[in-house]
Design a binder for this molecule. Structure first.
Ligand SMILES: Cc1cc2nc3c(=O)[nH]c(=O)nc-3n(C[C@H](O)[C@H](O)[C@H](O)COP(=O)(O)O)c2cc1C
Length: 202
């Protein structure tokens, strides 16, 4: 279906303004076609020098999801609190110590993006893909949230070993990841944007 520019712009604006991070999911699985739709949006993202070296690992196997969740929990338990750590990370460490934390919030789909190790634009390329995927997920009624811990703790032996088991090679670097699923509470109000300052130089 061809859409005129006004319709495309209105749909895009709506997708951007209504996207929110979801942190509680139902057990309902996401249909394959919808996962593919989200992935295609990610694959169509721009990349520096058009290298297209982002890779997408789509994990839906419940045992592998549990393995990642449990390994991440162990990694957090082994992390010593340090001055300068973000409040978010300190809270995750505390929760891991006090009975366990699931950084994937029980979502049924986890997409981990990787890129070539040492590539200057690894994170930038993956971020473009992740944003395309988050917007497409939201526009299709799917809850989603960027998950950063698999990137932040990518050098820990525990995560390295699990990701090697999942097929990642030594030349790959884990960048951001994304969870998908159906939100427990689908309607989340937009947050006010008070930062992200703009300076015009005319
Ligand atoms: C680079 C990046 C890393 C993030 N990491 C996490 C994360 O590890 N866990 C999480 O729950 N949310 C994470 N988020 C989501 C942000 O917390 C969220 O986007 C922000 O609070 C604004 O809320 P909104 O997405 O609902 O608009 C991340 C977002 C970005 C862009």
């Amino acid at each position: 279906m061809e859409m005129d520019n006004d319709t495309v712009n209105a749909a895009l604006k709506k997708a951007i303004s209504q996207r929110r991070s979801t942190r509680a999911y139902t057990d309902q699985m996401v249909p394959d076609e919808l996962i593919e739709e989200v992935l295609e949006a990610g694959r169509h993202a721009p990349s520096a020098n058009n290298l297209q070296t982002t890779r997408f690992y789509v994990i839906t196997n419940p045992e592998k999801l549990a393995l990642l969740r449990d390994t991440m929990n162990d990694v957090l338990q082994d992390t010593t609190e340090k001055e300068g750590m973000s409040p978010g990370l300190l809270s995750l460490i505390k929760r891991a110590m006090q009975g366990g934390v699931d950084v994937t919030y029980g979502a049924p789909v986890l997409i981990v993006t990787t890129n070539r190790k040492g590539s200057a634009n690894a994170i930038a390329d993956c971020s473009c893909a992740l944003q395309n995927m988050m917007l497409t997920a939201s526009a299709n009624g799917l809850g989603n949230c960027w998950i950063n811990q698999f990137h932040s703790f990518r050098e820990t032996p525990q995560l390295k070993s699990v990701f090697a088991e999942l097929g990642l090679s030594k030349d790959e670097e884990i960048c951001g990841s994304l969870i998908l699923g159906y939100a427990e509470n689908p309607v989340i109000k937009p947050i006010p944007i008070t930062g992200n300052r703009v300076t015009y130089i005319r």
